[in-house]
Design a protein around this ligand. Structure first.
Ligand code: NCD
Length: 307
């Protein structure tokens, strides 16, 4: 089964076989792009990127992926658009879809916005982050990175640390991990920013999980440590953000006290939670992870476009 013409709204939209096929396709495209630069699979196709929230990696890696596939990209720039005159985001999406893009990549601060517009627009939609809800293509590149680094996902023990309450990468990553066998997730965070119950309800019985307060409680068990930043923009109380700021920080000295963790990841951007001193360690994979995003997204675009 291919994902041709499908909307990609949630990490649950991928079955295990889809993921394994996309990982292999991403590797194949990586080789083809390194040999030939720009390919011609997407010749004549247009991707629209509509980002209503800030982004560096997600937007640019989608755009680079489409260009490397030989397609074209039109970017909707909210900061110079009629949204500033009060036009609604839904109207904006209808107008943009009327120009007949072949695929729309959308980021929104409103949770479930892509789900709301999917039946209004004709083009397939890829959710590039909807508020604190989900970020399915980030999970795709996260698991692609783990698959490349460790050769498997089944049986791994994965620590997801940081802002599990407001972050959208921990939820999508958790959902995608339910597609694999015998995985254990350790949610590492102080109680105030622990994983939301609505997320746990969706994974209950499908993957093992344990909540822990501090990284030192579990660090020696882990195959992967996945660090995330506090989502400052989603805190209604700035004092709470300041209070939690000191709650956790990973640096080289801290890591040196424990058994070697095979890989350390971060969706980026990092702020203060992952110290640059970690960058020199061979298990620091976050910059590679960001680069992998381009290949994983190229594979996804290729499938959704059916090219
Ligand atoms: C993440 C996001 O936007 O949710 N960034 C990304 O896409 N790589 C993580 C974050 O902003 O903390």
């Amino acid at each position: 089964m291919s994902l041709k013409g499908k909307d990609i709204l949630s990490a649950f939209d991928f079955e295990r076989e889809d993921l394994e096929r996309l990982f292999k396709l991403a590797d194949q495209l990586r080789t083809e792009i390194s040999e030939r630069g720009v390919l011609d699979y997407a010749k004549g196709k247009i991707m629209l990127t509509a980002f209503f929230e800030p982004s560096t990696r997600t937007k640019l890696s989608f755009q680079f992926a489409m260009e490397k596939l030989g397609g074209r990209v039109i970017n909707f720039d909210v900061s110079t658009s009629s949204v500033l005159k009060g036009e609604s985001d839904v109207d904006t999406m209808k107008i943009l879809d009327g120009y007949d893009p072949d695929v729309i990549v959308i980021r929104q601060k409103i949770p479930f916005f892509p789900h709301r517009v999917k039946d209004i627009v004709k083009a397939p939609i890829i959710n590039a982050g909807d508020g604190p809800n989900e970020h399915p293509t980030q999970a795709l590149l996260d698991l692609y990175t783990i698959w490349r680094e460790l050769g498997k996902i089944d049986g791994l023990k994965i620590g997801i640390m940081g802002d599990l309450k407001y972050g959208r990468t921990p939820s999508s990553l958790s959902y995608m991990l339910t597609r694999f066998n015998n995985v254990t997730i350790y949610y590492i965070a102080p109680e105030q920013i622990q994983i939301r119950d609505e997320i746990l309800e969706k994974i209950e019985g499908k993957v093992k999980y344990v909540k822990v307060g501090r990284p030192e409680d579990v660090i020696e068990e882990l195959d992967v440590l996945y660090v995330t930043r506090l989502q400052k923009e989603r805190f209604s109380n700035p004092e709470e953000y300041e209070r939690l700021k000191g709650a956790y920080k990973i640096d080289k000295e801290f890591l040196s006290k424990f058994k070697h963790i095979p890989i350390i990841m971060h969706p980026l951007p990092r702020v203060w939670e992952l110290d640059p001193s970690v960058d020199e360690l061979p298990q620091a994979k976050y910059f590679e992870q960001a680069r992998n995003g381009m290949f994983a997204r190229a594979a996804l675009i290729k499938e959704v476009l059916g090219i």
